[in-house]
Structure formats: C-alpha cells, structure tokens
Ligand binder design. Structure first.
Ligand SMILES: CC(C)(COP(=O)(O)OP(=O)(O)OC[C@H]1O[C@@H](n2cnc3c(N)ncnc32)[C@H](O)[C@@H]1OP(=O)(O)O)[C@@H](O)C(=O)NCCC(=O)NCCS
Length: 156
C-alpha cells in the first residue's frame, strides 16, 4: 500500500471529497434502507463552503488519491465529529482511525469534549469509536427516521 498522508483539505478538494463521502455512505443508506440520510443530502457547495472556511477538517491521501475525510463542527466547548468517511475499497486499513486522530488534534483549544452520532445498528462504527475512547450517551432519531446512538468522550 502507498504511504498514507493526512492533511487539511482545501476547497479545491471538495469534488473528490464529496464523491468519496457519497460512496462511503451508500453502505449506511442500504443498511437502513434510507436513501435520504443527511450525509447523502449534503451538497457539493456545502462541502466546499466548509473547506473554504475555518472548519476543522482532515483528509487522507494514498499517493495522489483522496481516500477519506472528516470534519468537525465546533460548538461551545465541544466539537461534533461529522462525516468520517473512507473509500469503500480501502476500508479496514486504519485510515478511519488516522482521520479521527487528526480531526481531534485540529480542534481549537476551547474544545474540551468530542461527540458524534452513528447508526445504532452500525456495529463496526461503534467499535471504532469505542476503541478511540467514546462512550454511549443516548439515542436520537434522524430526519430519515434512522435510530442513531450519540457517543461522547473528553478531549484529554
Ligand atoms: C466508518 C469508517 C470511516 C471507518 O473507516 P476505516 O478506514 O475502515 O477504519 P479503520 O480501518 O481505522 O478501522 C476499522 C476496522 O479496521 C481494523 N483495521 C485497522 N487497520 C487495519 C489493518 N491494517 N488491517 C486490518 N484491519 C485493520 C480496525 O481495527 C477496525 O476493526 P475493528 O473495529 O474490528 O477493530 C468507514 O467504514 C466508512 O466510511 N463507513 C461509511 C460511512 C460511515 O458510516 N461513517 C461513520 C459515520 S458516524
């Protein structure tokens, strides 16, 4: 496997990043039979705006190819980890874990807690987050009717 490089993506990466994100979330949409889950409704312009601004973000490249990304949404003292995605053909090689580490490090100093939501039946995702120190903190239902579990951890 080529060397993995993790860096902050810019607006010029929006197209590739959005395409990988859509490919990755198709698996989740199929799992829940819910094609209109929020990540699949996000537009290219919304992604580009995030990357042009000061949103904490990380992307992973294998050689010239962008293979994954993640963004943070900063609130008061907290940051939501959002849109963690890895291209389906390179999953289970540690790219997701590397991206999670990078976006944690990209959080501004005011952030003392991380949180996220993931599909309640997405056992692989929940195991990845639990291994990174996240613990279950309740359930919510998204706009597509999918049950999600909220997970949280201290920044530490
Ligand atoms: C969730 C997601 C980002 C994880 O990405 P990933 O690159 O596969 O994650 P990792 O490789 O870091 O970890 C996943 C598993 O691979 C294992 N793994 C890591 N490196 C490995 C390697 N070199 N060889 C074999 N397995 C490896 C990890 O241990 C982990 O397995 P485990 O949970 O059984 O311990 C990816 O599956 C994805 O894009 N899913 C669809 C979108 C989605 O649901 N995103 C999350 C929204 S909350």
């Amino acid at each position: 496997m080529e060397q993995l490089r993790v860096d902050r993506p810019g607006p010029e990466h929006a197209g590739e990043l959005w395409t990988v994100q859509r490919a990755a979330y198709v698996t989740e949409a199929q799992r829940y039979d819910a094609p209109r889950i929020p990540p699949l409704l996000e537009t290219l312009d919304e992604v580009r705006d995030d990357l042009a601004g000061d949103v904490p973000a990380a992307a992973a490249w294998l050689g010239p190819r962008l293979v994954g990304s993640v963004r943070g949404r900063v609130g008061v003292g907290r940051m939501e980890i959002a849109r963690l995605t890895v291209a389906p053909d390179v999953q289970r090689r540690g790219v997701g874990r590397a991206l999670l580490t990078a976006v944690h490090a990209a959080a501004p100093p005011s952030v003392v807690r991380f949180w996220l939501v993931t599909g309640a039946r997405s056992d692989d995702n929940r195991r990845l987050y639990a291994a990174a120190g996240y613990r279950d903190a309740g359930t919510v239902v998204d706009s597509a009717g999918v049950e999600l579990v909220r997970m949280e951890r201290r920044r530490s």
